[in-house]
Design a protein around this ligand. Structure first.
Ligand SMILES: [Zn+2]
Length: 341
C-alpha cells in the first residue's frame, strides 16, 4: 500500500530539517538524485479548512489572493448545505450541523446534530478521522480549532462509541484560557485564537506533515453576526485568507521537498441571510449556498454540479486512497468530486 510503504521513509524528515540541510543536500541531489527519497509517487496527505459563515457571493466579491491561488491550482465551485428541502435530509444551516455533515458525509437525520449544543451525535455514522484510523492506525491526524466542541463532541475523540482515540495532535480549547485570551464583546479574542490556530497549524504541518488535518476558523462568523454584510466582514475574510495562505505555503514547501501529494479543501459551513447578512439557520438560497476551493487536479464532473458539504468526505477518502467498511460506505449521503488516482 502506497501510504504504508512511504510513511517510515518520509517521516524521518521535516521541512525545517530539509531547509537547514538544503545546501548540503543539493550536492547530494546532483550526485545521486536521492533527495526525493527515491519515492516514485507522492505520499498522500489532506487538510480541510472551514472558514465559518462566509456566503459565496461575499467570497467571490472580496479579494482573497490565497484562496485564488488554491483554486487556480485545482478548482472553485459554489456548493450547498442544508440537505434537500422538504425531505428527511433537510438540515438547519447552523454551524455544528454543517461541520458534522462535513465530517461524516451525512445529513442531520443521520448524524443527529441539530444545533450548536451537540447533545447526542449518532456516532454510528463515522467521521473521516475514524475512517482513516480504522483503515490504518498509523495515519497521523491533527485538529486545530477555535472551538473545542469540534474535537470533544462532534468527533467525540477518545469516546468508545466514537471509535476511541483518533487524534494524534490537537490545538484547541483556547476559548477557556481567559488569562491568555481575555474575552471581549468585539470578539477580538476570537481573532487572536484564530491567529494562534493558523500559526499552530502551519508550524505543525510544516514540521510533522500529518496525513489528515482539520483547521477551523471562527472569527468570520462572529463578525458576520455583529455587522452583517459590511466592510468589517470583508476585512475578517481577508485576514482569514492570509491565514489560509500560511498553511498553503508550508504545504507547497513540503510538496516540493518531500514529494508528498497534498490535498487542501477550503470551505464554509453556511451562508447568511439575504436581508442583512447577520443571520443564518434557515433555508433561503443565500443561507444554503456555500463554496469549495481546492488544489485537487483530480476533480470530476460532480465538482461542477454544485456539490454538497457531504461530498467532501468521500472526496478525501479517494485522495487518501482509503478503504472503508461497506456499511459505512453505504451510509454516506455524499458522492466524491475527486476521483481515485
Ligand atoms: Zn457557522
Amino acid at each position: 500500500m502506497r501510504i504504508k510503504q512511504l510513511y517510515v521513509a518520509a517521516g524521518q524528515w521535516s521541512v525545517s530539517a530539509v531547509l537547514i540541510c538544503s545546501a548540503f543536500a543539493s550536492s547530494v541531489a546532483s550526485a545521486d538524485n536521492s533527495v526525493d527519497l527515491g519515492l516514485e509517487e507522492g505520499m498522500r496527505k489532506a487538510v480541510f479548512i472551514v472558514v465559518d459563515g462566509i456566503p459565496a457571493d461575499v467570497l467571490e466579491r472580496v479579494h482573497t489572493p490565497n484562496l485564488d491561488l488554491i483554486s487556480n491550482a485545482g478548482g472553485y465551485t459554489r456548493a450547498f448545505v442544508g440537505g434537500a428541502i422538504g425531505t428527511d435530509t433537510e438540515s438547519p444551516t447552523v454551524s455544528a450541523v454543517g461541520y458534522q455533515s462535513l465530517l461524516t458525509g451525512t445529513w442531520a437525520n443521520k448524524h443527529n446534530v441539530w444545533d450548536n449544543e451537540v447533545r447526542h451525535p449518532d456516532y454510528r455514522y463515522w467521521d473521516i478521522f475514524r475512517i482513516a484510523k480504522a483503515f490504518d492506525q498509523k495515519l497521523q491526524t491533527a485538529v486545530f480549532s477555535t472551538w473545542e466542541y469540534n474535537r470533544t463532541r462532534l468527533l467525540g475523540d477518545t469516546l468508545h462509541a466514537a471509535g476511541g482515540r483518533k487524534l494524534d495532535h490537537y490545538v484547541d480549547g483556547m476559548e477557556y484560557d481567559l488569562a491568555r485570551f481575555p474575552h471581549d464583546p468585539d470578539s477580538l479574542y476570537i481573532r487572536a485564537i484564530d491567529e494562534h490556530v493558523a500559526t499552530s497549524a502551519a508550524e505543525y504541518i510544516s514540521d510533522k506533515g500529518p496525513d489528515l488535518s482539520w483547521v477551523y476558523f471562527q472569527y468570520t462568523d462572529d463578525i458576520g453576526h455583529f455587522f452583517g454584510d459590511s466592510r468589517q466582514q470583508d476585512d475578517a475574510l481577508q485576514l482569514t485568507d492570509a491565514w489560509v495562505g500560511e498553511i498553503w505555503k508550508v504545504i507547497q514547501q513540503r510538496q516540493k521537498l518531500l514529494a508528498e501529494d497534498w490535498l487542501i479543501i477550503v470551505t464554509t459551513d453556511h451562508g447568511r441571510s439575504r436581508q442583512t447578512g447577520k443571520d443564518h439557520g434557515g433555508h433561503s438560497q443565500r443561507e444554503r449556498t456555500t463554496w469549495i476551493s481546492t488544489n485537487s487536479r483530480h476533480l470530476n464532473g460532480r465538482f461542477s454540479q454544485t456539490p454538497g458539504i457531504v461530498d467532501i468526505v468521500p472526496s478525501i477518502v479517494n485522495h487518501l486512497d482509503l478503504q472503508l467498511p461497506e456499511l459505512i460506505r453505504s451510509q454516506l449521503d455524499g458522492q466524491a468530486f475527486i476521483d481515485r488516482f
